[in-house]
Design a protein around this ligand. Structure first.
Ligand SMILES: Cc1ncc(COP(=O)(O)O)c(C=O)c1O
Length: 451
């Protein structure tokens, strides 16, 4: 591994050349998009793909995707979790056809009967008794935070360093040796996030206690395992300490299960027997149709409904015109009832076990100073010998050159990983052969690096 750095730029050039050669139509489409699209793409994150331009989508089904150049891929990106149910699952297609086509009326500001079924199912899976719907996980987090502030009369929230909870103003903050600081590149922040937010490292109960003891934290908004800075798992006892400390300090505990849903049908909350006061979720729960949800314990829900100073029906800052619309509720029902079922999770997790074992075998047999961490149906390799314990440690292990090399190497051989770091997710249609194919190509990529 000693002089792989010297080889890396040559290998990246080689893979960039192959990428450009095999994607002429995507390259042209990107050039043609430059005129009126901000950044040349429909949404600026789509610039994150390695290779200088994104692939343009032609078709997608299950765990497979094709681009407009006719290349096909095993898709472990799955829309950065939005397509964890697989692309266009048949039952969700049927729900769309029925609700939008046959019955008609996606957006009416009227409830449909599907909503009660979905809420009961979310209660069965995650615990909280009362649910309300959004269109994104970001909005679920925003509105959960507002409710927590209203309920506690406190202004601040607490998040973990290098967390990601969507484009929520309060969350773009990290710890530094000099104190809390806004994350680099924080666009047009309304105020310095240290005015709204306390921050500490994951897996550090003392730091959490210190921050909560100020008595001004309405809510801890957390993923039970960090997933957006690589996967950082909680150490034994840590989540118990979080629950005990939040209870002791009168702080609402919000589990954001948007990504950690990969841990099982009820996310980490059910898999690890957690007892948050609120749960938020989005992305995958409607099989790729925009939808999100937040759930509250009965006690919190009763208090908010009885609070005459909280306008949750009109312009009080909680709600959205298209949220809970008939189409997204119908597709949530189809996804939860028929696609991301308990049985589907068992199979997805077994495939992820195989994916992880394959990568681990390559890392160990080649003595690479890397590691892989699994969270149910999701796994991620990171370029440091031991799994990081905190967001800060994981951020320090980032290696953009290695990321680019591996992403391009895999794309050029028909495999998509999430463009952000090295996250791979299994959907119900991902096969053992897909996992094995990834391990084979990963071994070749490591072999080329070590030559
Ligand atoms: C844990 C978590 N919460 C919330 C979000 C926000 O999701 P969305 O961008 O769909 O609103 C994300 C997005 O990556 C996420 O990872």
């Amino acid at each position: 591994m000693s002089d792989y750095r010297a080889r890396l730029s040559t290998l990246i050039d080689r893979e960039r050349g192959a990428y450009t050669a095999s994607h002429p139509r995507s390259a042209a489409a990107f050039q043609n998009s430059a005129g009126n699209l901000l950044g040349g793409v429909p949404m600026t994150w789509m610039r994150m793909w390695s290779g200088g331009f994104p692939l343009y989508l032609a078709t997608a089904s299950g765990a497979r995707l094709t681009d407009i150049d006719g290349n096909s891929y095993v898709d472990f990106c799955l829309g950065d979790t939005g397509a964890m149910a697989g692309h266009s699952p048949a039952e969700v297609q049927e729900a769309v056809a029925r609700r939008f086509g046959e019955l008609g009326g996606a957006t009416t500001m009227l409830p449909t009967e599907d909503a009660a079924w979905v809420a009961a199912e979310l209660t069965r899976r995650f615990g909280p008794t009362y649910w309300s719907f959004t269109l994104t996980a970001t909005d679920a987090n925003r509105w959960a935070i507002r409710l927590a502030r209203q309920l506690t009369g406190r202004q601040k929230i607490l998040v973990y360093s290098y967390c990601y909870h969507g484009s929520v103003d309060e969350t773009f903050i990290i710890t530094t040796p000099y104190g809390p600081a806004a994350r680099a590149g924080n666009v047009g922040a309304p105020v310095d996030p240290s005015e709204t937010t306390r921050v500490c490292e994951f897996n550090d109960a003392d730091a959490l206690e210190r921050e909560l003891s100020h008595g001004d934290v309405a809510a801890v908004l957390m993923e039970p395992a960090l997933t957006n800075i690589g996967i950082v798992l909680p150490e034994p006892g840590y989540l118990d300490a979080v629950r005990a400390l939040t209870r002791e300090h009168g702080t609402v505990l919000i589990n954001d299960e948007t990504h950690t849903f990969s841990a099982g049908p009820g996310g980490c909350t059910a898999a690890w027997g957690l007892e948050p006061d609120m749960v938020t979720i989005g992305k995958s729960i409607a099989g790729g149709i925009p939808a999100g949800a937040y759930g509250l314990s009965a006690e919190l829900a009763d208090r908010i409904m009885a609070d005459k100073s909280a306008d949750i029906e009109d312009t009080g800052g909680v709600g959205g015109t298209l949220a809970g619309n008939a189409l997204s509720v119908a597709t949530m029902r189809a996804t939860l009832e028929h696609v991301l079922t308990d049985a589907a999770f068992a199979a997805m997790i077994a495939t992820a076990d195989r994916y992880t074992a394959g990568v681990r075998e390559v890392i160990e047999s080649r003595k690479l100073p890397w590691n892989i961490v699994q969270l149910g149906a999701r796994a991620e390799y990171r370029f440091c010998p031991q799994p990081p314990r905190t967001g800060g440690e994981s951020a320090a292990a980032a290696d953009t050159d290695l990321d680019e090399y591996l992403h391009l190497y895999l794309i050029n051989r028909g495999i998509l990983l999430t463009p952000f770091h090295n996250m791979a997710l299994m959907c119900p249609q991902t096969t053992d052969a897909d996992a094995d194919y990834h391990a084979t190509v990963f071994a070749q990529a490591a072999g080329d690096l070590l030559e």
